[in-house]
Design a protein around this ligand. Sequence first.
Ligand SMILES: Nc1ncnc2c1ncn2[C@@H]1O[C@H](COP(=O)(O)OP(=O)(O)OP(=O)(O)O)[C@@H](O)[C@H]1O
Ligand SMILES: [Mg+2]
Length: 231
Amino acid sequence: MTKENIVELHDVTKIYRQGTIDVPALNGVDLCIPKGGFAAVSGPSGSGKTTLFNMIGGLDRPTSGSVVIQGQDLSSLSQSALAKLRLFKVGFVFQAYNLVPVLTAYENAELVLAMQGMPPAERKKRVTKILTEVGLKDMMHRRPYEMSGGQQQRVAVARAVVAHPTIVLADEPTANLDSKTGGALLDMMHSLNEHHGTTFLLATHDPMVMERAPRVIHMVDGAIATDQTKD
Ligand SMILES: Nc1ncnc2c1ncn2[C@@H]1O[C@H](COP(=O)(O)OP(=O)(O)OP(=O)(O)O)[C@@H](O)[C@H]1O
Ligand SMILES: [Mg+2]
């Protein structure tokens, strides 16, 4: 195990039980993501991208194999230790239902910090800074229904990165966005990767995301078919 890897998967298998049928979702996945990496995970629907993210983010446990985050084997962690890891180390961006509808952009972004127990003054500094960085300085006090899809996705990304997580797992972050809005969101993630050193993994069907990612991991039938790093 190398120290520089934020994520290591060793021979990870995930089988979902559906009644009496076993559905293999991951099939012996080996993967290393270095600190500060930025990778797109592509592959047809059902190839295991979301399952892979659920394993890395500690939302679910593998059937066999090991997931190591910053040197910590997740199988050795209790449920509450896993919850703590998710709260402090992982930022999640989901495709839909990203934001708490009754909370403003500011409150949505602040939520994680409040759960972490960060003092209010520090929270205010952090949230204001990140929302300004993602271009939402004037929309901080709007609720999700008062914002466009792209603006809501920006809030979701801001919320995922505001606590300075070790890794951000973004599942189809540009789906449902037009190419201009998706491009702007991607600019923002690349910039956070460069300036904050945040590690990003993006599951995607979007050719633009794959084109711009320095590394593209292609999944087929629960396994990594190709793993290409561009130079
Ligand atoms: N909770 C579950 N119970 C049973 N089977 C599941 C469950 N979650 C996923 N699967 C199955 O596991 C396989 C991988 O699904 P997964 O959601 O990881 O694919 P994906 O690559 O994210 O697809 P998409 O591009 O459509 O989001 C599929 O066959 C899916 O039906
Ligand atoms: Mg998926």
